[in-house]
Design a protein around this ligand. Structure first.
Ligand code: COA
Length: 326
């Protein structure tokens, strides 16, 4: 028995932050941002709302599409680096908010690869035969940890995310995956304070240590090499050529990283799903947002490769066959 994605939902908050808006906040310009990253705008969540609210919106779309009651859900996994609180898990809050009284729930922390880690984990629960309806969310309110005085990071990230429903299937579904991590990446992409090593203090706040710290150039090099390689490895071990793959749904961190991955996979341009221009990098949110935005393009039996790279470092790729016509 395999696990298949049988429904998707996606959500971004209404408020838009354009490149022109950012020009007024830091020393940057629209041309630099577009040519270096491919981003035109990103969505920003209002105060008082959190990552759990993104998940709730996406899950409610799924429940409506599938005519399900929240009580039908067995398990909810939320992948995020911007949980509502350090504890409890955002997934606990989400299941309470939607009224999923029969579900157990927990979070996964794997930065931009979080959704793939969640999908792999959720699929194993379904394949075990014990759980029939598993929700995987990938969502981040990155604006909560971005320094809007730091041009190196504030132009890249945005808020948003999505969710998928996993159910058992005899055909199609998730076929293979390769997931990796290497803690060497911590040095180049992390949040310095707020955890148990450096709990919040006046000093950590004064030194702006609660924001994303990134050495962009180094992260870029690791991302290009690893996301392309893992995607190619997954294709090779399943005897897939570029012609066999219908779509690449890659983490939307930088258009140039996505292009390099597609090139390594020998994919035609129209098979590469892109929405980074509208949302920026929503961390764990990018891949479910892609699946939600492009769901209408997918046909039952289509071969789709999901690929991600993120903080940790974490990276990976998943090979699946789409299970339904939408
Ligand atoms: N606007 C204008 N100039 C900027 C800028 C901005 N927002 N940010 C940086 N610059 C400047 C730099 O200061 C540098 O100037 P200098 O040459 O005078 O020192 C110049 O632009 C080039 O910077 P560099 O960092 O070499 O640019 P880059 O081509 O590597 O692009 C990133 C920067 C961040 C877009 C790119 O490195 C990247 O996408 N990295 C990966 C990020 C990522 O994927 N993170 C999430 C992990 S999944």
């Amino acid at each position: 028995m395999r696990a298949a994605i049988t429904a998707v939902g996606g959500y971004v908050p209404e408020k838009i932050l354009t490149n022109a808006d950012l020009e007024k906040m830091v020393d940057t310009n629209d041309e630099w941002i577009r040519t270096r990253t491919g981003i035109r705008q990103r969505h920003i969540m209002e105060d008082g709302k959190a990552t759990s609210d993104i998940c709730v919106e996406a899950i409610n779309q799924i429940l409506k599409k599938k005519n399900l009651s929240p009580n039908d859900i067995d398990l909810i996994i939320v992948a995020t680096v911007t949980p509502d609180h350090v504890f409890p898990a955002t997934a606990n809050i989400v299941s309470h908010k939607i009224g999923a009284t029969n579900a157990f729930s927990y979070d996964i922390s794997a930065a931009c690869s979080g959704f793939l880690y969640g999908l792999e984990t959720g699929a194993k629960f379904v394949e075990s035969g014990k759980y029939k309806k598993v929700i995987i969310c990938g969502a981040d309110k990155m604006s909560a940890i971005i320094d809007y005085q730091d041009r190196n990071t504030c132009v890249i990230f945005g808020d948003g995310g999505g969710a998928v429903l996993l159910e058992p299937t005899e055909e199609n579904g998730i076929i293979d995956s390769i997931l990796k991590s290497d803690g060497v990446g911590k040095e180049f992409l992390h949040q310095k304070a707020g955890g148990s090593l450096l709990p919040p203090s006046h000093e950590t706040i004064d030194k702006r240590m609660h924001y994303v710290y990134q050495e962009g150039k180094t992260v870029f090099k690791f991302a290009v090499t690893n996301m392309a390689q893992v995607s190619r490895d997954l294709m090779d071990r399943n005897n897939l050529s570029g012609d066999d793959v219908d779509f690449l749904a890659a983490h939307q961190a930088n258009l140039r990283i996505i292009d390099a991955t597609a090139k390594r996979m020998e994919l035609e341009k129209d098979k590469v799903l892109i929405n980074i221009d509208r949302y920026g990098n929503t961390t764990a949110g990018t891949i479910p947002l892609l699946l939600s935005d492009f769901e209408d393009k997918f046909k039952k039996g289509d071969t789709i490769i999901l690929a991600a790279f993120g903080g940790g470092f974490t990276w990976g790729a998943i090979y699946l066959k789409w299970a339904y016509n939408s």
